[in-house]
Design a binder for this molecule. Sequence first.
Ligand SMILES: NC(=O)c1ccc[n+]([C@@H]2O[C@H](COP(=O)([O-])OP(=O)(O)OC[C@H]3O[C@@H](n4cnc5c(N)ncnc54)[C@H](OP(=O)(O)O)[C@@H]3O)[C@@H](O)[C@H]2O)c1
Length: 201
Amino acid sequence: MSADGKIAGTEHTQVRISSDEDLIRVRGLRKRYDAILVGVGTVLADDPHLTAKGTSQERNPVRIVLDTNGRTPDGARVLDDQASTVIITGTGCTRTWGNRALVIRCGTDSIDLPRALDILAHDYGIRNVLVEGGGTVIASFFRYKLVDKYSVFIGGLVIGGRTAPTPADGEGWVQPGGVELELTSTENYGNGVVLTFIPKY
Ligand SMILES: NC(=O)c1ccc[n+]([C@@H]2O[C@H](COP(=O)([O-])OP(=O)(O)OC[C@H]3O[C@@H](n4cnc5c(N)ncnc54)[C@H](OP(=O)(O)O)[C@@H]3O)[C@@H](O)[C@H]2O)c1
């Protein structure tokens, strides 16, 4: 996020926040996880590849999109052949993406996160997930107490705008006072810093 706590511009315009050093860190981080997960809002706004670039295909983690109503466009980069893709839709959705994505159906109005993670672990051997965003999805993971570690790069940039997304958006906190975090490390990466916290649920 930027130094004023935004993860994109107003109207969800993409803004580069990471320093070069942080981009290298993120690629390395992705390689350490079985899967990278985003919400369909991020796919529609940023059209990311979600790969650990520079590695061979078999080392790229599985890409997962939470997409209740099947809004991921056919031409989305997340469907390219650089890594396997899983799209999790609601049970009422009938959309498929051919052989470009495995579809799991789970939840009604939104994806049932605890159940989805159980299915991913038990049926597909996905034991750990790097949740990259956006703010709505990250807030949901906190809401269900599914965050084991929260790591945020704060870059030397001010974006501004009261409607610009932040790392934990969504409907607002269900827990009065928020979720308390314990700071476990601070590291410099070029013109920014990475803070790592463990939630105290
Ligand atoms: N700076 C960064 O590192 C970074 C990283 C990622 C994203 N971003 C920014 O974040 C913005 C997108 O964030 P966003 O909040 O709009 O979208 P998001 O969090 O990527 O996706 C939210 C959508 O996911 C779907 N979803 C399904 N089940 C869900 C569940 N259980 N919990 C939460 N969401 C669920 C919902 O759409 P359906 O109801 O249609 O299923 C929901 O609207 C973009 O502006 C992007 O640039 C920034």
